[in-house]
Design a protein around this ligand. Structure first.
Ligand code: F6R
Length: 245
C-alpha cells in the first residue's frame, strides 16, 4: 500500500470556500462510485465548508450516505460527545445530523472511556474490521501536526493518548471560553494509522497555514513536521486556497 513516494499533488483554489467545495466533490465522487466506502474525517475550522457542501449535495442531489462508514481522527480526553466543544458534537452539528448516515456507522474515539488505552486499541481494531479507510480527510496545524500528532511523533505511531502542545492548545482555544478550558490531552489516530488510508486528501486554507503546507509538501521528511510523512504515501492530494500557497 505504501510505496514509491509519488509526489504530492497540490490543487490551488482561489478561496477557502472553493477549496472546501472541491474536497466535497472528491468525497461525493467516492460515495457515488463506492456506496459502502469508509471515510476518515477531520474536525476544526477548515472542513466546515466542505461539510456544508456535502449536506447540500445530500439534500439537493440525493447524495446517499446510507451505506457509508466514517472514522474521525481524534477526540479530546474527558469531553463527552454531548459537550459542545467535543469533536463528536462538532461532527453531529456540521454533518451527521443532516445526512442519512446511520448513527452506528459514525465512529469518533470516545474521550470518556473508562480505559483509554483499551479504547485506542478498540478503535484501531474497528478500522481494520471495516476493511481500512478508503479516503482520509486531513487538516494541518500551524506546527505541521496531522490529527493530534504533534512534532516529535514517530512515523509508526498508532491510535493512542497524546499530550497537546501549548501552541495547539492556544490555537484551539478559539472554540472555548478560555484557554484554561482546553483539554491538554486527546485520543488520536497515529501517523502510521493515517498512512494506511488508501487515499489522503489534505485541506488547508489561509496564510497562517502556508509554512506548514510548504514543510509538508517539500520539506525534509522528519518528525519535526509530522505532515511531511505524507510524502511517503502513494496517493496524497493537497487542496489549498491561494493564501496558503
Ligand atoms: C482535527 C485535527 C487537527 C486539525 C488541525 C487544523 O480533527 O485532527 O489536526 O485538522 O488542527 O485545524 P483547523 O482546521 O481548525 O485549522
Amino acid at each position: 500500500m505504501m510505496s514509491s513516494n509519488a509526489p504530492i499533488t497540490v490543487i490551488v483554489e482561489p478561496t477557502p470556500l472553493e477549496a472546501g467545495v472541491r474536497v466535497a466533490s472528491e468525497i461525493a465522487a467516492l460515495v457515488r462510485a463506492k456506496p459502502t466506502c469508509v471515510l476518515g474525517l477531520a474536525t476544526g475550522g477548515t472542513p466546515v465548508e466542505c461539510y456544508r457542501e456535502l449536506v447540500r449535495l445530500h439534500r439537493e442531489e440525493g447524495l446517499d450516505f446510507s451505506q457509508v462508514t466514517t472514522f474521525n481522527l481524534d477526540e479530546y480526553v474527558r469531553l463527552a460527545g454531548s459537550h459542545p466543544q467535543s469533536f463528536r458534537y462538532f461532527m453531529q452539528q456540521h454533518l451527521f445530523d443532516h445526512i442519512n448516515i446511520p448513527s452506528d456507522a459514525t465512529h469518533v474515539p470516545s474521550g470518556i472511556a473508562e480505559d483509554m488505552s483499551l479504547e485506542a486499541i478498540r478503535y484501531e481494531q474497528d478500522i481494520t474490521r471495516h476493511g481500512g479507510i478508503d479516503l482520509q480527510l486531513l487538516g494541518i496545524g500551524h506546527n505541521g501536526h496531522i490529527a493530534f500528532n504533534e512534532p516529535g511523533t514517530p512515523r509508526d505511531s498508532r491510535t493512542r493518548i497524546v499530550s497537546l502542545t501549548d501552541a495547539t492548545v492556544k490555537a484551539n482555544s478559539r472554540f472555548f471560553e478560555s484557554e484554561s478550558e482546553v483539554p491538554r490531552t486527546a485520543i488520536s489516530m497515529g501517523i502510521g494509522t493515517i498512512l494506511e488510508a488508501k487515499r489522503i486528501l489534505m485541506l488547508a486554507t489561509g496564510e497562517g497555514k502556508r509554512d506548514a503546507v510548504k514543510c509538508a509538501v517539500e520539506g525534509e521528511i522528519s518528525e519535526t513536521c509530522p505532515a511531511s510523512f505524507l510524502q511517503e504515501h502513494h496517493d496524497v492530494t493537497f487542496v489549498i486556497d491561494a493564501a496558503a500557497a
